[in-house]
Design a protein around this ligand. Structure first.
Ligand code: IFM
Length: 475
């Protein structure tokens, strides 16, 4: 059956500043927590840093031409806070803002919409030194910064995203310590959750104050699709507990203006939640014009004595599922069971059905809220073949299956407006350095040459026709 997407459906690709820009000392940029963290011995595979990235800061015009060649209608990129406010506070560094104006103008000249994420993990280091995300003052600093960016780009940007994956910022940054700033303190991680929620609310208001009330503001969440291994009460309860600490601590305040009562009780041994003050939740819940969904995989979970506790299940003790699992110091009594099936180079199981279910669940919960797939994609060990091409059939298969899953959600009524492949380019994959490739365009890190992978050619056919090509037609 031919799968045709609705007219006006937006086809894009995404990146993030620290992962692609490089030029970390250019034009007055200050240090971010990732500059510091990546220099910490043992923190990043191979000791890699974002110093070079893919050199996007200097090659953005070439990259925009590439996007145009791929037929993209939108480019989702993030603004580096330390370019705009090198110390995280005070007046704007004009050179930093000018870079993003040039980028936005170049995109618009090619008919590509700039979709801006304000925070994709590169907190100015001085703000971390002052307390970082666990300190509520950071939310007000973020709002100031958001206002500066919106004042400079407000007439160019059709869709704003305040935060990318606050789950990762809070839990990988402050509980597991796998990400910058490398802290392992679950109580501080929960305080960070709240500051991030506040930052979204205050930031959204600041964007509208600077760019006009019509500005469209969203937030992007990496909501986790957890499935209970059985209908046994213990397994169902484990899934619910995980959903609360992973998803509802964000969705609850954003959509309903409240944290789930259970999560407060379930984490009472870590914190009394006194960081939530009167009036905060009114600040968090503000008009949300769209919700960004980042989707990669699913998880199968059981309670301590539930499915497979007799040793029949293959329990994944260590985490090949990386950023899909709340750190052990935040949630106890949950076991992750092995799921059969193909996996990506991240160890994440390929499970497109979770995306259909997630989109439909969100649509049922808030039928009026437009959804965007702000990230979806896969890492595979790509190589440039003798014919000069990258034959990434696995990625073509992954994208095809997930876009079919998006189509199924659209058929069932979900209001999905667009899709951004993660990522436009191979790039700095955080704790994995340059050792994991997510791009639909290959980057040779020695020469910085870009080569459109088979998946990029395949995606061009989709973006230019709106019809989902069969995965075999890669070229
Ligand atoms: O590379 C990241 C991105 O920065 C945030 N979402 C997940 C991607 C793949 O791990």
């Amino acid at each position: 059956m031919t799968r045709r997407f609705p007219d006006g459906f937006v086809w894009g690709a995404a990146t993030a500043a620290y992962q692609v820009e490089g030029s970390t000392d250019a034009d007055g940029r200050g240090p971010s927590i990732w500059d510091t963290f990546s220099r910490t011995p043992g923190a990043v595979l191979g000791g890699h840093t974002g110093d070079l990235g893919t050199d996007h800061y200097r090659r953005f015009a070439e990259d925009v031409a590439l996007m145009a060649d791929l037929g993209l209608g939108a480019y989702r990129f993030s603004v580096a806070w330390p370019r705009v406010q090198p110390t995280g506070r005070g007046p704007a560094n004009q050179a930093g803002l000018d870079f993003y104006r040039r980028l936005a103008d170049t995109l618009l000249a090619h008919g590509i919409d700039p979709v801006v994420t304000l925070y994709h993990w590169d907190l100015p280091q001085p703000l971390e030194d002052a307390g970082g995300w666990p300190d509520r003052d950071t939310a007000w600093r973020f709002a100031d910064y958001a206002g500066l960016v919106a004042g400079a780009l407000g007439d160019r940007v059709p869709l704003w995203t305040t935060l990318n994956e606050p789950w990762c910022t809070a839990y990988l940054g402050y509980a597991s310590g796998e990400h910058a700033p490398g802290v392992q303190d679950p109580a501080r991680a929960l305080a960070a959750v709240h500051t991030l929620n506040l930052a979204h609310g205050l930031g959204a208001r600041a964007v509208r104050a600077a760019a006009g009330d019509a500005a469209q503001v969203s937030v992007t969440l990496n909501l986790q699709v957890n499935r209970a291994a059985s209908t046994a009460p213990e397994d169902v309860a484990a899934k619910a507990r995980l959903d609360r600490v992973a998803n509802e601590v964000f969705l609850g305040p954003l959509l309903d203006g409240a944290y789930p009562e259970e999560v407060v009780a379930e984490t009472a041994h870590l914190t009394d939640w006194s960081f939530v003050r009167d009036g905060d939740l009114d600040l968090v819940r503000t008009r949300l014009d769209a919700l960004g969904v980042n989707y990669y995989t699913t998880a199968l979970v059981a309670g301590a004595g539930g499915a497979g506790a007799d040793g029949t299940a293959d329990v994944q003790a260590a985490s090949p599922d990386g950023d899909q699992r709340p750190p052990a110091n935040l949630v106890t009594g949950v076991r992750w069971l092995h799921q059969p099936g193909p996996r990506t180079a991240m160890g994440w199981v390929v499970d497109p059905s979770g995306l259909t279910g997630l989109l439909l669940d969100l649509h049922r919960r808030r039928p009026d809220l437009p959804l965007w797939i702000t990230e979806n994609g896969a890492a595979y060990p790509d190589v440039v073949a003798d014919d000069g091409r990258v034959h990434d059939a696995d990625r073509v298969g992954y994208l095809h299956a997930h876009l079919d899953a998006v189509g199924a959600a659209l058929d069932a009524g979900a209001d999905v407006r667009g899709y951004f492949a993660w990522s436009l380019l191979d790039n700095f994959e955080w704790a994995y350095g340059y050792e994991r490739r997510f791009g639909i365009v290959h980057v040779d890190y020695a020469t910085l040459e870009r080569t459109v992978k088979d998946s990029g050619h395949w995606y061009r056919r989709l973006a230019t026709t709106g019809v989902l090509p069969e995965p075999v037609h890669a070229g």
